[in-house]
Design a protein. Structure first.
Length: 189
């Protein structure tokens, strides 16, 4: 969930301003009203789902958050309730919240780019391996390099669905005797 850190910052702000933890299981009016205000602030300043807001606020269900948002509108007629909301709203910097969200998105994009680049390298290695048809020494060398490059699960999958069918095809089409390296033989059995 991309808003979790931002919601936690908002929750910390609300707890600090209120002077108590609004995530506690309590039906005291001041805690419940402050929780309703947190729901409204979280919905106003983020695009987080009701479920995400509830999870951050003590593991509440999305329906609890929805109920809290409805109650917020009803309770706004009371001066005490409005003063709680205004006190919580005062110290919130929308630009800081937006920057926090953007920073999280940037980090996520960087991780996705790194993941895609590593997959591209892995695919290039696999293509090189499959294209090495004539020279069995290059073929064997690339297979050995592949062991260091892939996890055991990836290696087993590659072995079963790509390499062994390819080796069988090469055996049937060429006069070369193709040896399966010992490590692959062990993985087969």
């Amino acid at each position: 969930m991309k808003y979790t850190g931002t919601l936690e910052l908002l929750l910390a702000h609300c707890n600090t301003v209120a002077g108590f933890d609004i995530t506690v299981k309590s039906r005291k009016k001041i805690i419940v009203w402050t929780r309703y205000c947190f729901y409204k602030i979280a919905k106003k300043h983020t695009k987080a789902s009701l479920e995400a807001i509830g999870n951050v606020c003590g593991g509440k269900d999305h329906s609890s958050v929805l109920h809290g948002l409805k109650e917020f509108e009803i309770q706004m007629v009371y001066e005490d309730f409005r003063s709680i909301y205004e006190a919580l709203e005062v110290g919130i910097d929308p630009d800081a919240i937006e920057a926090s969200i953007q920073d999280k998105l940037d980090n996520r994009q960087k991780r996705e780019i790194k993941y895609l680049q590593s997959n591209r390298l892995r695919l290039e290695k696999n293509i090189q391996l499959l294209n090495a048809r004539e020279d069995k020494s290059i073929y064997t060398k690339q297979v050995k390099e592949l062991f260091d490059f892939m996890s055991k699960e990836e290696l087993n999958e590659f072995l079963e669905f790509k390499l062994l069918p390819h080796v069988q095809m090469l055996k049937s089409k060429t006069h070369y005797k193709i040896h399966i390296p010992e490590k692959l033989s062990v993985l087969q059995g």
